[in-house]
Design a protein around this ligand. Structure first.
Ligand SMILES: [Zn+2]
Length: 85
């Protein structure tokens, strides 16, 4: 998130003079931030022995860590989560 703040401040500093040629590093950070703001469905954990989906745990689609509770945003990576269905 610190990197994102740096990019935000840099974009503000350019204040409209920023050309279409954005550095790919900055573009990657911005795209990653936007992706995390769009709610993504939490995935059921896959049992590594049987290969079957287990609905005891849910996994973040962004960082693959176990999500405890139905959170709107996952605190590890900031991914917005969609719990519909
Ligand atoms: Zn995550």
């Amino acid at each position: 998130m610190r990197d994102l703040k740096d990019v935000y401040l840099k974009l503000k500093e350019y204040d409209g003079r920023y050309s279409l040629e954005m550095y790919s590093y900055e573009r990657t950070l911005i795209m990653d931030a936007i992706k995390r703001l769009l709610p993504a469905k939490a995935m059921p954990e896959i049992n590594s022995l049987t290969g079957k989906k287990e609905y005891n745990y849910w996994v973040c689609p962004n960082c693959n860590q176990i999500v405890v509770g139905m959170l709107d945003y996952y605190y590890h990576c900031g991914q917005a989560l969609d719990w519909k269905d």
